[in-house]
Design a protein. Structure first.
Length: 155
């Protein structure tokens, strides 16, 4: 698997592939948490291409199989999205992408949120050293769990 920076805003074909992958991945999360009100699940191509996030893609034989998006400043990296082709879940793409972001973060704090009921995602983050920060009801009856990790806490 190869990890590389991707820029969906600059490449419409790539953005279309990414959008399809994102919709498939978030459909799985919606099924797990029993709620489809996940904003990236409803995002349009133009919205995806216009977002100011920084992306890394995971490629298997030049095929995009996963991606991770983040924002960052001098003190913190915020993982906004992690999407993996549902046919390839639990084969290491998600772990590899998150690990790459942690490496890029260096000593900065890294944060991520996921659906409270998304136990596979929670296990992934906890397995990489993230610790529970809090749980928050972002809209009525939709709860997210927020995690953080710093260089000092990483395994």
């Amino acid at each position: 698997m190869e990890i590389a920076e991707i820029k969906p805003g600059d490449d419409e074909r790539l953005a279309r592939v990414l959008l399809s992958l994102q919709q498939a991945a978030y459909a799985v999360e919606a099924s797990i948490i029993g709620d489809d009100r996940i904003p990236p699940l409803r995002e349009t191509l133009d919205e995806l291409r216009g977002t100011p996030l920084r992306w890394l893609g995971a490629f298997d034989d030049r095929r995009l199989v996963g991606a991770i998006a983040r924002s960052e400043d001098h003190s913190e990296v915020d993982i906004h999205r992690l999407v993996v082709d549902p046919t390839l879940h639990r084969r290491g793409a998600g772990r590899t992408l998150v690990s790459e972001v942690l490496a890029l973060a260096g000593r900065r704090r890294t944060v991520v949120s996921t659906g409270r009921a998304n136990l596979p995602a929670r296990a992934l983050y906890e397995g990489l050293g993230f610790v529970l920060v809090d749980e928050k009801e972002v809209i009525p009856d939709l709860w997210v769990t927020r995690y953080a990790v710093t260089q000092q806490l990483r395994r």
